[in-house]
Write a protein that binds this ligand. Sequence first.
Ligand code: IMP
Ligand code: MG
Length: 189
Amino acid sequence: MFPEVRVLIDEHRIAARVRAMGEEIARDLAAAAGPDGRVMLIPVMTGSIIFVADLIRCMPVRLHLGVVTVSSYAGAATESAGAALRGQIPPGLAGTHVLVIDDILDSGQTLALVQSLIAEQRPASLRTCVLLRKARTRRADPPVDFVGFDIGGEFVVGYGLDHDGLYRNLPWIGVPVPAVAQGRGGGPP
Ligand code: IMP
Ligand code: MG
């Protein structure tokens, strides 16, 4: 279906890792919040949409969900143009145990922005989880508590991650292959 994308992490590895992460994070949050604490998960849209859908179904804890939208990559660019909040951070986080969820830690600017805005509301605790962490020099170094996979510096797509709006529906994570993509009338650089 997508010959122009080489598989990097297949569905089975993703599923096993997401399940293990969900169980670990749930244990950690349950211990921090206790029986009466309020837990709120805040996924960063749109890239984390598939990850969060799978992750929360492996988390047997009482939790609330509220999204934030941050844009960083304009169109087909593959380098961050800086992070900008679109819309609002969910309100009423004072005293709440918050977990921020993103698809990938790249330059670090997205998570640094989201963490600082959430911290202004004085949550009881603030944790961060990413599915992927890229090996690169970061412009910002936000603390990250849970990491699914460490990868190289390559641009990746699939399982929620896009290139110019495409490939989010791939059930696995892959790397666009430029030669094949160009032969198909354009695509990733
Ligand atoms: P950062 O602010 O540079 O850390 O960028 C984080 C955001 O950029 C992520 O939430 C993704 O949406 C996007 N991003 C970074 N690297 C990639 C990639 O390799 N493929 C697709 N999206 C990416
Ligand atoms: Mg994103």
